[in-house]
Design a protein. Sequence first.
Length: 72
Amino acid sequence: MAKRTTHRSRSGKKLYAVRDSQGRFKDIQTYERAHRADLARTSAAEVKAKAKKSAKKAAKKKVAKKKVGKKR
């Protein structure tokens, strides 16, 4: 992700500014909007952890199903 620097607007709202390789402003948005977008995005670590958890749960369910089948 690009490094963001903070500024203030005339009204006093916090702003994030992203610069390109030449140092010119590429994107400026309010902190509020940028923060909300960051929260909505799922990180790669979260995706990996969720996949690991669901795989572990499926394996546990498979073992439990085998045990039930042997009792009958």
